[in-house]
Design a protein around this ligand. Structure first.
Ligand code: NI
Length: 225
């Protein structure tokens, strides 16, 4: 397990994006991208089915993922990570037109906050970082995030700003256009990021983490802040 975590963290630094790309390419019909990714990681290690257990990967001291950012929130305000409120952000990179994965993950994040005592939940800001700046205007984000949680923040920006933040967080995203669809989709990595006031990632949670796992990880992080 230790070895698995070390190697997973190594991939985060060296080639998470590339691996997500490979997972997207190699995924079986109907297979969630997160599962395809975990299969990709396991395959590279010569372990057929072993995937990290549900739960978080704590980033080692000195490893930098994420960092300060300035984006536009759902009210159209230019904001930095420090201005978002709370001690901890639970961040997710997705887009409002996502048909299935994003709503599930954002729903899990909102449920996790509901599981926490109010005094703890108040210290946490849930954040959707858009990877679809073309369609995710502040107005579009505002209508969307409030479906999940009254305090959820939606962030967007210029394509360049979004690309830069995604690069810092090692988020893979790519437009996908299928012949039978009139609108494009955006394939994207699906980790949940626990982010401190400095914008740095403190912990990563794998796709399809349960609200209980997210809540536990959030509590553990809050205890250290
Ligand atoms: Ni999505």
């Amino acid at each position: 397990m230790q070895r698995l975590i070390r190697i997973l963290v190594l991939f985060l630094i060296l080639g998470l994006g590339a691996l997500w790309g490979a997972a997207a390419f190699n995924r079986q019909p109907g297979e969630p991208l997160g599962d395809a990714f975990m299969r990709q990681v396991a395959g590279l290690m010569g372990q057929e089915a072993a995937v990290p257990s549900v739960g978080g990967v704590q980033l080692p001291e000195g490893m930098v993922l994420g960092g300060p950012f300035r984006l536009t929130d759902q009210e159209g305000r230019s904001v930095t990570q420090a201005e978002l409120g709370g001690a901890l952000m639970v961040g997710y990179f997705g887009f409002t037109y996502c048909p299935d994965v994003c709503p599930t993950e954002l729903g899990a994040i909102a449920s996790a906050l509901d599981l926490l005592p109010a005094a703890q939940a108040e210290r946490v800001t849930p954040v959707l970082f858009s990877v679809d700046p073309e369609r995710d205007t502040p107005e579009q984000l505002k209508a969307y995030v409030t479906n999940f949680h009254p305090r959820m923040v939606g962030l967007t920006g210029t394509p360049e700003q979004v690309a830069e933040v995604a690069r810092r967080f090692r988020v893979f995203y790519a437009k996908v256009k299928r012949p039978e669809m009139t609108e494009y989709l955006v394939d994207h990595s699906s980790f949940i990021y626990l982010i401190g006031k400095d914008g740095r990632v403190r912990m990563l949670l794998r796709p399809q983490s349960t609200p209980e796992d997210i809540a536990k990880a959030v509590q553990a992080q809050l205890a250290t802040l």
